[in-house]
Design a binder for this molecule. Structure first.
Ligand code: NOJ
Length: 754
């Protein structure tokens, strides 16, 4: 009865996330102005190029790091085009002044930086933001990050990082949007648009350099920098979509990746840089290498020496070399020997200069140092970081309403190595400061000011896991554990905060064992043994294998590295001020031996059958995940109903609309992420068992319903074959609407023959 009246109030939302993404890419009425501005820039680029010597041209292709004397001398001598890693406005101005006053042509330097999930106001890591299934979270982050970066003179950010990955062992899975190409594409486009705006010459905007092109997330064995050997169809269907979405959203920079793809290092891959990026996608921006990636063509074994490496990279289509100096030092020789053409060098220089003109640094090379404080860590930005962190937290388990906690509880024990830790910034945290971090204990104290809150770390996470111990938790019988047990015994409820140190995720932080590091599981077990109520909060940058924590704990909240406001956001969720609504953007395996484990795998001829030995499975345990992609609970409950399709047949270039109603069947307002998947059961190459093609996060009052509509079109059902061609094949398409990648409502339609 209640539900029926709610249904009659049902709202209809006609726009799918995909359509939203597309709408924002269509140039507005400013199209004519933009094209005359582009023509003006092109003529300025060509006029300047005509004045440049070969040395001056090659200098523009050099990117240096830091603000040391080498950089200062190069700036003064006009021997450097770009500099990254300088984050102080006065130092940026000082180096820029050397270039503008010392060099012959007074070409300003382009200053870059790794602004990944915030500059000073640190937001949640990329993986966490993806969990929000809400591009507005990415928009909030990149709007603040762009303003703070631009304030100090940074006009190029090495971001967004959009590498799809099926590898939880890979530390850099923390930076991207997880395992799904569609979710990755939506988040990538949102980040680019927020960073650049309509014109990244604006004082609060920056040029976005999407990375790492391409397929870096496919690192074999999850070992960073390792080779990637994938089919053409996997490259195009799984890995390329987020880079393509970023380019279509206007990203004016692309950074090449360190890895090989099929034996060809990306930094020297003509197929990737020239054929796909420039040719197929029409990219006109700047192609930058990753750090010393040109030099690394030598140890990769595709170049004999520095000159050869420069030749391979330039001829593949690279424009700018980061840190190593092969192009700048051997370019003239390569030109003289006709191993590289002047027209290729001129094109590369044009790509650099065009970005500099668009960034507005010819007109405004210097920044107003006095204005920086007013543009940094504004209260509204800090509030946005808190909301983003809360919106990114995933309720993994919640038995018998263990969460939310009551605010009238009088004694709370906060235990575990991350209970009062400022290590919540996560990897690549810009210039985020530990002193700005609200710890989980701080957040809890703020949320329940009248409660007695005790903090007992029990043990510390001390190193990053290779030469140094990852965790110095004592033996369960030693004093640290006893203190934790006493604290839990003494409290009405215990919040156990466990996970990874920030250095255990991120670049060069791959792990062979993705359990909770050290003895943190024993810590959970010790708290459980007290028999008192407790909940677990996880802080980490990757999926962890935590079946024991799952079995032992009544409730688990995945908080990720949530940035400076993690503690407040955790408290918002723990005490029910915010009802968690995020979903996993990546599968959580039970055991590392199941990896790679991801929802959108293709079918096998022998699907797992528990009653048959000769099927695709492990002899020693389930091949199902602990938590599937898209999983996440709420303090309320939802029901999906009435999945219907606007037509039973779709023309290959047409579209079908799927409608589904979501109802809040519980007693609290809350968010549900309705996920739409398709499957093509008979195709010329095996298709994913499920493929995400749309999602919408909605907030519903208790009893309320909303009917959501999702557009399914050729992009949703077509795929690239191993010949690199996109096809939409006739036949049946199954449609699933669910609250995770498992289960849900089903329907189907048919794609008509051409
Ligand atoms: C190497 C990393 O792979 C890349 O992501 C980063 O942007 C550069 N270093 C510059 O710091």
């Amino acid at each position: 009865m209640h539900i029926r009246s709610a249904r009659s109030r049902a709202l209809t939302v006609i726009v799918s996330a995909c359509a939203l993404a597309l709408a924002a890419m269509i140039p507005g009425s400013g199209g004519a102005v933009a094209s005359s501005k582009a023509a003006d820039i092109e003529s300025k680029v060509n006029a300047l190029l005509a004045k440049m010597t070969t040395d001056e041209k090659l200098a523009q292709l050099q990117q240096m790091v830091g603000g040391g004397t080498d950089v200062q001398e190069a700036a003064k001598a006009g021997k450097v085009g770009a500099v990254f890693g300088v984050t102080d406005a006065a130092q940026v101005n000082q180096i820029q002044r050397l270039a503008m006053e010392g060099s012959r042509l007074r070409i300003p330097i382009l200053f870059g930086y790794d602004t990944i999930h915030g500059f000073r106001t640190t937001f949640p890591i990329g993986l966490a933001e993806a969990a929000s299934f809400d591009p507005a979270v990415a928009t909030a982050d990149y709007t603040v990050a762009a303003r703070e970066s631009a304030a100090v003179g940074i006009k190029q950010i090495f971001s967004p990082m959009v590498d799809v990955s099926h590898e939880p062992r890979w530390g850099r899975i923390a930076e991207g949007s997880g395992e799904d190409p569609y979710l990755g594409a939506v988040m990538a486009a949102a980040k680019v648009r927020a960073a650049q705006g309509r014109d990244y010459g604006a004082p609060d905007k920056v040029m976005a350099e999407v990375k790492h092109f391409a397929a870096y997330g496919g690192a074999e064995g999850g070992r960073d920098y390792n080779q990637v050997d994938i089919s053409e169809s996997a490259l195009r269907n799984l890995y390329l979509p987020p880079y393509k979405a970023a380019v279509e959203a206007g990203a004016d920079g692309v950074m090449t990746s360190f890895n090989t793809v099929g034996g060809v290092p990306a930094t020297g891959s003509r197929q990737l840089l020239t054929e796909i990026l420039r040719g197929e996608w029409g990219f006109r921006g700047l192609i930058d290498s990753d750090y010393t990636a040109v030099q690394e063509l030598i140890p990769h074994g595709v170049a004999a020496d520095g000159a050869d490496a420069a030749r391979v990279a330039l001829n593949a289509g690279l424009d700018m070399e980061m840190v190593s100096t092969n192009i700048a030092t051997t370019g003239k020789q390569l030109l003289a020997e006709h191993k590289v053409s002047m027209s290729r060098v001129n094109d590369a220089v044009r790509n650099v200069l065009r970005v500099k003109f668009k960034a507005g640094i010819f007109e405004h090379p210097f920044v107003d140092e006095a204005a920086v404080p007013g543009k940094t860590m504004r209260p509204a930005d800090v509030a946005a970081a808190r909301a983003a962190a809360a919106r990114s937290m995933v309720l993994l388990k919640n038995d018998n309403g263990a969460l939310p906690l009551s605010t009238s509880v009088s004694k709370i024990a906060v235990v575990g190595p991350l209970a009062d830790s400022d290590d919540l910034l996560g990897p690549w945290s810009g210039i985020g400061r530990r002193g700005d971090v609200v710890t989980v204990a701080d957040g809890i104290r703020g949320a329940v000011p009248n409660a007695d809150v005790t903090v007992t770390p029990g043990c510390a996470i001390t190193g990053d896991g290779f030469d140094t111990p990852v965790n110095n938790c004592p033996e369960p019988t030693e004093p640290g554990f006893e203190d934790v047990k006493d604290a839990a015994d003494d409290a009405d409820v215990t919040v156990v905060v466990v996970g990874e140190a920030s250095g255990q995720s991120g670049e060069a932080a791959s792990r062979q064992n993705i359990d909770l590091p050290g003895r943190q599981q024993a810590l959970i077990d010790a708290v459980k043994a007290t028999g008192k109520p407790f909940v677990v909060v996880l802080v980490n940058g990757r999926p962890l294998t935590i079946p024991a924590a799952h079995d032992a704990s009544p409730a688990i909240l995945e908080a990720w590295f949530g940035g400076i406001q993690t503690g407040n956001a955790v408290a918002d969720v723990l005490f029910g001020k915010v009802n968690p609504g995020a979903k996993l953007p990546v599968t959580f395996p039970r055991y590392v031996g199941q990896v790679p484990l991801y929802y959108n795998h293709t079918r096998t001829g022998r699907p797992e059958d528990p009653n048959s030995k000769w099927t695709s499975k492990y002899a020693d345990g389930s091949s199902s995940p602990l938590y599937p992609f898209g999983h996440g609970l709420s303090y309320t409950s939802f029901r999906l109903s009435d999945l219907s399709l606007s037509a039973g047949t779709m023309r290959p270039n047409g579209a079908v609309t799927a409608s589904v109603t979501v109802t809040n069947t519980g007693s609290r307002a809350g968010d549900e992420v309705v996920q739409l998947y398709v499957n093509d059961p008979v195709a010329t190459i095996a298709q994913p068992v499920k493929r995400l093609v749309g999602f919408q996060r909605v907030t519903l009052a208790p009893g309320a319903s909303q009917t959501l509509r999702f557009r399914i079109d050729r992009d949703s059902v077509g795929f690239y074959g191993n010949d690199g061609k996109f096809v939409v094949e006739p036949g049946q398409i199954n449609v699933y609407a669910g609250a995770s990648s498992e289960g849900g409502l089903t329907s189907s339609f048919t794609i008509a023959p051409r």
